[in-house]
Ligand binder design. Structure first.
Ligand code: GLU
Length: 480
């Protein structure tokens, strides 16, 4: 049997991280088992659905790399099939026409509330209606809904996450499957579409648990095979409350705009409710696919921990090759007006070494752009705090040091080892720690208090730039 799963978002908003996690688990399950990942857009809520939302969702899935094998199918295209299924149930006596008006239903609800009883009005109505009357009233054009006649008994399934699940059918209302305007409802449409698309496994959020017995009963009544269900636990905010914007961005698109690496986001989402076991957390691409299994999906809810995301982002930058980071960084540098694509291509080897040097300190692409700034500008920007701290506290010795280093930088081979020797040798002569010399030097060549290792930084800046920057620093300190 080929495993066929689906992601079925409603295009009523952006792609929420919870939805993305559902999509990812389905995708991983399909890829792990060599199955098929179907994308279905559930656009039956006409008022809230829009093509713009669909586009936002598709674009977020593409960014995450969750490619689909079939679709996108649009649920609204199946309306005739859904209606035919409802009529089939009606003919088979598994559904009935309900002429209760919205007003009557509201009144009955109020009354039931007053009595503290459970509302089972539609079922009673159906029983009370004399034979043939429903057909006559329908033929006369009286507005009515079609309700599924929920059978007696209980509905049991073996959930991929929660194991055995049991629902008493008596607790399930006879659900409307076709509204009085002829439109199918969610549970009917999903059941019919899952059968039509030969879905074998339905992996989705816990919030759908109460729909599952209804969909199982509908499948059985319609003679469809019942898919295997797996309900993935909720994602909570760091305070244990339902995840909301208070906890940070909830739209996948926002993380894309922040310049996160999609691989880090995918890794983070995968760990929301799943663990490969042991201490393993950082997983890249194929490794996630290989290790993923529904058996290791946790029953308890997971915490959306932005600190963990930040850490994973750093790990993924570390693990990425310069070549992999190059396209996004080039775009960022062009956008920031720091370099053109052509300039970077002309000295590509240098550029790739620069990325290798900087990537261990970045969490996002904009971080990387900022780290690259001192290497690409003509005019250095100075961080005032760095200047105060490392230059202005003892300006005279700093001036002396920078002048001495400038002279010593004229001759050595321009590579990290040789530069390290010069700098450490000079610090020894002064009988000070190397840091004492390195901090003011770093401010002079980068304008900042922190940077990657200074020897590599000097090497990549090149002798000419370093000498010019030292001259400028000497002038500034002298004329102070
Ligand atoms: N369209 C539903 C939603 O966005 C999902 C339906 C399902 O997975 O069965 O919540």
């Amino acid at each position: 049997m080929t495993i066929r799963v689906r992601f079925a978002p409603s295009p009523t908003g952006y792609l929420h991280v919870g939805g993305a996690r559902t999509a990812l688990f389905n995708w991983l399950y399909a890829r792990h088992h060599g199955g098929v990942f179907v994308l279905r857009i559930e656009d039956t809520d006409r008022d809230r659905s829009s093509p713009e939302h669909t586009e936002v969702i598709l674009s977020a899935l593409r960014w995450l790399g969750l490619d689909w094998d079939e679709g996108p199918f649009f649920q609204s295209d199946g309306a005739d099939r859904h209606r035919a299924a409802a009529l089939r149930l009606l003919e088979a006596g598994r559904a009935y026409r309900d002429f209760t008006t919205a007003e009557e239903l509201a009144q009955a609800r109020e009354a039931a509330k007053g009595e503290g009883t459970d509302l089972r009005l539609p079922r009673r109505r159906a029983e009370a209606l004399p034979a043939g009357e429903a057909e006559e009233r329908a033929e006369a054009g009286e507005a009515h809904a079609i309700r599924f006649l929920v059978p007696e008994g209980e509905t049991v399934w073996e959930d991929m996450v929660h194991e055995e699940m049991r629902f008493q059918n008596a607790a399930i209302d006879d659900l409307v499957i076709l509204r009085s305007d002829g439109s199918p409802t969610y549970n009917l449409a999903v059941t019919s579409d899952d059968a039509e698309q030969h879905i074998t496994h339905v992996i989705r959020g816990d919030d759908h648990l109460s729909n599952t017995p209804k969909q199982i009963l509908l499948s059985e009544a319609l003679g469809y095979p019942v898919p295997t269900f797996g309900h993935v636990p909720m994602i909570l905010g760091s305070d244990g409350k339902r995840l909301s914007k208070r906890h940070g961005a909830t739209a996948v698109g926002e993380y894309e705009s922040q310049g996160l690496l999609p691989g880090a986001m995918v890794n983070f989402l995968a760990l929301l409710g799943w663990s490969p076991g042991g201490d393993l957390e950082v997983m890249i691409g194929e490794e996630l696919i290989e290790r993923f299994s529904m058996e290791r999906v946790l029953k308890k809810s997971s915490i959306f921990d932005l600190k963990k995301l930040d850490w994973l982002c750093g790990q993924h930058f570390n693990a990425s090759t310069a070549q992999a980071l190059e396209p996004a960084l080039t775009e960022g540098l062009e956008g920031a007006g720091l370099a053109t694509r052509q300039e970077l291509e002309e000295r590509r080897d240098w550029y790739l070494s620069l990325i290798d040097l900087l990537k261990t300190r970045a969490r996002t692409i904009p971080d990387l752009v900022d780290l690259a700034r001192p290497f690409l500008v003509d005019e250095l920007e100075f961080d005032p705090e760095a200047v105060t701290r490392y230059w202005l506290k003892e300006p005279a010795p700093v001036l002396e040091q920078l002048t001495a280093l400038r002279a010593r930088f004229e001759t050595p081979k321009w590579e990290p080892e040789a530069l390290e020797e010069v700098i450490r040798g000079y610090a020894e002569e002064l009988s000070v720690g190397a840091g004492k010399v390195i901090h003011p030097l770093r401010v002079a060549v980068t304008g900042r208090a922190v940077s990657p290792g200074i020897f590599e930084v000097l090497a990549l800046l090149g002798r000419d730039t370093v000498l010019v920057r030292l001259d400028e620093a000497i002038v500034r300190l002298d004329g102070r």
